[in-house]
Design a protein around this ligand. Structure first.
Ligand SMILES: Cc1ncc(COP(=O)(O)O)c(C=O)c1O
Length: 372
């Protein structure tokens, strides 16, 4: 699905020098590399504050702690996402309130949100799934109208742009009151271990987040709040600095691969290629097709030809065993349930070449023809 070895080969000297510098300075935690990375990422995204932390799940949890989520507070999000988005709400004793996704983009259906807002609604977490931003303009309007927070889960779409109806174009992750990301190695901006970050333009929230990340202390051994220990180590930051300089190139290569996939797959009956919206760029964290019939057999067939593929995500969270406690039933979110049976993510990374894509698409065509 990814080829981090080939990517590393091209940036080896820079990465190794960055790691060596961290070792030489022995600033392993919160060293100059971490500070420099936070500042460079802030500039890239156009946000005032980037607060690095240990992973994308922590980032979401810390975001909810920073907005003061209390037991029983409701957080509106989607059931078709990676579990972390919902897990943190549950861990903090909030209540995940789901809205369905759009069948074309797999992102939060903004039209379904307002009906779910109650006096207990504290936040909306749109997820920019597979690399394409959710439709943030109506979501921000609703949040403003009802006085609730928007936390963008931007683990999968770093580097993508979103254009507002007035033509303003900004980076995903710079729009909500808060945004979070993950630097898990396979992400578009991935380290060589775990990592994550929060983004905000709100000075007060930023200050709270910094305190929460550091055991709730603003001064060593004096505790203002109940916090966590969540840090991005300096070696990861040194690696991420190099990767950030290449992020636009990596994303452009992903988009070029997606263009080639689109052209070859769009002509195969039974395959639906990913939809790209007009008002955002898709940075293809995943290239995810829909296959109405024989999806699992196609996956097995590709495996037999040495082609990996993945089902992100096979079970929507409202019907996952751990989350049945919230009382949702099969049938409550029909689009999420339907797409979970149809999606198939194909190999996608910045090192994929035209020959590999030709081979993959040729095998998909052969299977679909034989099973028409
Ligand atoms: C949408 C989404 N949210 C949150 C996370 C959690 O990030 P991490 O694995 O760094 O905790 C991930 C990634 O795995 C993700 O894809």
């Amino acid at each position: 699905m990814v080829d981090l070895g080939t990517q590393y080969a091209a940036i080896r000297d820079e990465v190794n020098a960055g790691i060596q510098e961290v070792i030489d300075t022995t600033q392993f935690i919160n060293g100059s590399a971490t500070k420099a990375f936070a500042s460079e990422l802030g500039q890239y995204l156009g946000v005032q504050h980037v607060i690095p932390c240990a992973n994308g799940t922590d980032a979401l949890q810390i975001a909810l702690m920073a907005i003061g989520l209390e037991e029983g507070d409701e957080v509106i999000t989607v059931p078709f996402t990676f579990v972390a988005t919902v897990e943190v709400v549950a861990l903090l004793k909030g209540k995940p309130v789901f809205v369905d996704v759009d069948p074309l983009t797999f992102n939060m259906d903004a039209r379904a949100i307002e009906a779910k807002i109650t006096p207990r609604t504290k936040a909306i977490i749109p997820v920019h799934l597979f690399g394409q931003p959710a439709d943030l303009s109506p979501i921000m309007e609703l949040a403003e109208k009802h006085g609730i927070y928007v936390i963008e889960d931007n683990a999968q779409a770093i580097g993508s742009n979103y254009t507002f109806p007035n033509g303003d174009t900004v980076k995903a992750g710079s729009i909500g009151h808060l945004a979070t990301t993950s630097f898990y190695p396979t992400k578009n901006l991935g380290g060589y271990g775990d990592g994550g970050a929060l983004f905000t333009n709100d000075d007060t929230l930023a200050q709270k987040i910094r305190i929460i990340c550091d055991h709730g202390s603003s001064r060593k051994y004096y505790y203002d709040a109940i916090g966590v220990n969540s840090r991005l180590d300096s070696m990861q930051a040194a690696i991420l600095r190099v990767k950030l300089r290449n992020l636009d190139i990596y994303n452009m290569r992903r988009i070029a691969s997606a263009d080639q996939y689109d052209a070859l797959l769009n002509v195969i009956p039974g395959i639906t290629i990913p939809t790209r919206v007009q008002n955002a760029t898709h940075v293809f964290h995943q290239y995810t097709i829909r296959v109405k019939k024989h999806r699992d057999a196609l996956k097995d067939y590709l495996q037999s030809k040495g082609i990996p593929s993945m089902i992100y995500y096979p079970v929507p969270l409202h019907v996952s065993d751990a989350y049945r406690i919230y009382g949702y039933q099969q049938g409550d979110f029909p689009v999420s349930e339907m797409v979970a049976t149809e999606v198939l993510s194909l190999p996608m990374h910045s090192e994929l070449d035209a020959e590999q894509i030709n081979f993959i698409c040729g095998e998909i065509a052969a299977f679909m023809q034989a099973n028409a």
